[in-house]
Structure formats: structure tokens, C-alpha cells
Write a protein that binds this ligand. Structure first.
Ligand code: GTR
Length: 424
């Protein structure tokens, strides 16, 4: 593949940054060393006045903050609507022992080039009549990893070499069911929710050079946006929005009840998608950490400087300029979370996942609750973090569970209960 000159430069910078800096930036796991910081006021409008009600929020403050995120962290979110095409690749009304209907849908993203697509896997519960609510989320290494169901089409895209069963960065039969623990398929179906998932690498492979193989390159003329005007997170977030376009016309799905869930890096992408697209009716951030739900100004766990050095492609170029001066960043995570308001938002942490800074995630959810209050919605009023396995809050909900960085059955049980309650 030919690599255009400016991209070569971009790549060189990425790799140079990674090599020289990645190991050297300090991080901290000692709460007593977290220095005092001041968060930007989420309610302070561009004219200096305090945003006083939901109308001012929607008309003035929300667009202002969204724009700050485009400028400083994620780059432009494509505003151009594209006409996607779908093809039902396969369906079975008797999947998973008759409990679900499986659909595998190819969503074509380019008007002419049919190699630009993402494959959406759906399981729809059979025991419920009529359109059902859905949990939509990306998977980390291919649709075939979320279940041991042998009928799932084995992905043929680039996957990281650490993915189970990967040979030469491609999935093999040994990759099937590699991530069933993160996708509690039967529990989700029993609760009456459908599952919709796609591999995030369909949109852009998660490497510094991935943009050359992903939609930031293949759709640059269609969307009228150059690869360096946005970022991998932006591409992943935008892909989620296109999946909503599909779900809206699938009459087995209740498109007013689309819950979006993302874990870790995919939690960051989910938050940006939730910010950009109001059709996500509920958003779950599972341990999204730095660049997602965790306060960047807190020196704890992963830092902005470290994330940019390790993952130069994740965020827009401007974000990198705040590495050694995080206090100059005009936004912080509470403002990203506030863009979900007034929609139900669940933020979750795990106690051993110090890299994601659980306390920073709790504090930003609490701070974002100020915006929910403008809508008369109860957020988090607890002053300190709850005990393990205790949900706190109302429309903004939070828990910290025992254990490591993962999506577990416990997490899913809370999300399903929350979504059932909020969608009632
Ligand atoms: C880590 C990264 C985190 C988080 C995580 C993941 O290496 O530092 O920000 O996103 O990866 O996605 O699993």
C-alpha cells in the first residue's frame, strides 16, 4: 500500500513518541500523593454566567462543551449523513438452543466500495413478543469471541496478536468463544434484552498505523474529513452511530431503547458516541478510565501523558499538547459524562483496576450529576465512594466491585437491572 507523505510523518511522530517516552512518564497509585486540582466548571457558560436550566443547557452549554471535546480530545465528529446499505448474511430463529433469533448483518459504509463494512451480530430473545430493548457494544477481537455458537461467522480482519487463537493477526477456529465471560449472553436474553455487537477493528484496526486500513482513510472523501482531523476513538464512536441507523429499521428492536455499553478503551469510544448521538437512550461506561470517565487532573493511575504515548492514534493531535500540562485542558471527564444528560448513565469501576482510577471515575460521575439536576433528575449525591458491590445514585448510577479490569456477570446484572428500571 502506498503511504502518502503527511501520513508517513504522522506515523514517524507516533512511533518516535512511543519509543522515547512511553516507559518514562511517572504514574501514581498512592492517594496521599494526589495533589489538589480545580475542575473546569461544567455549568460556566461562554458568557461567564452559570447555566441555570435545561433549556440553556441544551441550547448553549451542551453544544459549547461538545465543541470543546471536538477541538481538544476527539477531533471532528462527521456531520455528513451517509446512506448505508445492509445485507442479512445469515439468520436462525432457533439459535442458542431455541432461546434466541440470531442475525448477522453486513453494514456497508461506502457507496461504491463493498470492502468497507462492519458485521453486526444480533441475538434477539425468543420468549418476548414485539420489539425489544437492546444492549449494543463493540467486542475486542471479533463477533465469534462473544459466544461459543459455531454459526457465528469467523472474522477475517486484522486482530491484535494477543487475541486468543490469532495467527498472523487473523482469528482462527481457536478464537471462538474467547470472550464469553464479558458477554453474558444467556443472562441478557433471559432479561428480555437483545444483544448487538460488532468488532471495533472493522472500523479501524487498533494500531498506530491502523488509520490507513480503516474508515478514516477509506471514507475520507465520502465524509469530507481528513484522517488527522479526527482519531481512532472518533472512528469507533461514529461506527456505533451507524449501527443505530441499522437498528432503527430492524423491527425486532425497540429503537427508543438502545443501551450502549463499552468497556475500557471501548468505554471511551462509547462515551464519545453517547455524546455525539442522542439516539443512545442509556450509556454504560465500564472501567473506561483515562480519556473516558476518570478525572484527568487527578494524578492517579493512567495519565493523559501516558495514554498518548502508548496509544498515539486514539485521540486527536491537540490532546497530546496537554500531556505535561493537564490543567490547561479546557475540559475534564465530568464534562464528557455531562453530555449524556438527561439520559441514564452508569459508571462502573473495579477495585483492583487502579490503572483506570476508580475514585476519579466516581468523582466525575458525581460532578456530572449537577447537569442532571437541571433536568430534575437525581444523580449521585453520596459524598464518598460506596462500599464494594453497592449501587449508588439515581439516573446517574455508580458501583465499584471487587476484582480486576473486566466486564463480569456482576456488572451485567447491575446494568440489566438499571436498564429495566430506566426503560420502564
Ligand atoms: C490499557 C489502557 C487503558 C484501557 C485499556 C483497555 O492499556 O491504558 O486506557 O483502555 O488498555 O482498553 O483494555
Amino acid at each position: 500500500m502506498k503511504i502518502a507523505f503527511p501520513y508517513c510523518l504522522l506515523l514517524l511522530c507516533c512511533f518516535a513518541g512511543f519509543k522515547s517516552q512511553a516507559q518514562t512518564f511517572p504514574s501514581n497509585n498512592d492517594e496521599s500523593k494526589v495533589a489538589a486540582y480545580t475542575l473546569p466548571d461544567v455549568l460556566k457558560m461562554p458568557n461567564g454566567k452559570q447555566c441555570a436550566n435545561s433549556r440553556e443547557w441544551m441550547q448553549v452549554q451542551r453544544p459549547y462543551i461538545f465543541h470543546l471535546y471536538e477541538e481538544n480530545q476527539f477531533g471532528r465528529f462527521p456531520s455528513k449523513k451517509i446512506n448505508i446499505r445492509y445485507r442479512l448474511l445469515e439468520t436462525d430463529k432457533n439459535a442458542l438452543g431455541g432461546t434466541a433469533t440470531r442475525k448477522q448483518v453486513r453494514i456497508f459504509l461506502h457507496p461504491a466500495d463493498s470492502s468497507v463494512y462492519t458485521d453486526l451480530l444480533l441475538y434477539i430473545p425468543n420468549q418476548v413478543k414485539g420489539p425489544v430493548p437492546v444492549f449494543l457494544g463493540y467486542n475486542f477481537s471479533g463477533n465469534h469471541t462473544v459466544s461459543t455458537d459455531n454459526n457465528i461467522i469467523l472474522g477475517n480482519r486484522w486482530v491484535p496478536s494477543r487475541a486468543r487463537g490469532a495467527v498472523n493477526n487473523r482469528a482462527t477456529e481457536a478464537s471462538r468463544g474467547a470472550d464469553t465471560a464479558s458477554w453474558q449472553v444467556s443472562t441478557i436474553l433471559v432479561k428480555g434484552f437483545a444483544i448487538a455487537t460488532a468488532y471495533y477493528g472493522d472500523l479501524e484496526p487498533d494500531t498506530a498505523a491502523g488509520f490507513m486500513m480503516g474508515i478514516r482513510s477509506s471514507l475520507k472523501d465520502v465524509l469530507n474529513i481528513q484522517p488527522n482531523e479526527w482519531c481512532a476513538m472518533g472512528a469507533w464512536a461514529w461506527g456505533l452511530s451507524l449501527m443505530v441507523d441499522y437498528l432503527q429499521q430492524d423491527n425486532s428492536i425497540d429503537a427508543h431503547k438502545i443501551a450502549l455499553l463499552g468497556h475500557s478503551r471501548l468505554g471511551k469510544a462509547a462515551l464519545w458516541a453517547g455524546a455525539a448521538d442522542p439516539r443512545f437512550a442509556l450509556i454504560v461506561s465500564n472501567e473506561s478510565g483515562e480519556g473516558g470517565a476518570a478525572i484527568s487532573r487527578r494524578w492517579y493511575g493512567e495519565t493523559l501523558q501516558i495514554i498518548n504515548a502508548h496509544f498515539p492514534h486514539w485521540f486527536a493531535a491537540k490532546y497530546k499538547t496537554y500531556g505535561d500540562n493537564v490543567n490547561a485542558l479546557p475540559v475534564d471527564a465530568h464534562m464528557l459524562l455531562s453530555l449524556m444528560a438527561p439520559r441514564p448513565l452508569y459508571v462502573a469501576s473495579a477495585v483492583e483496576d487502579t490503572w483506570s482510577d476508580p475514585k476519579g471515575e466516581f468523582l466525575s460521575a458525581k460532578e456530572a450529576s449537577k447537569v442532571y439536576a437541571l433536568f430534575g433528575k437525581k444523580g449521585i449525591d453520596a459524598d464518598s465512594m460506596p462500599a464494594l458491590q453497592q449501587q449508588v445514585g439515581g439516573t446517574v448510577r455508580y458501583h465499584i466491585r471487587a476484582g480486576k479490569h473486566a466486564v463480569t456477570l456482576y456488572d451485567w446484572e447491575q446494568y440489566l437491572q438499571f436498564a429495566s428500571e430506566q426503560f420502564r
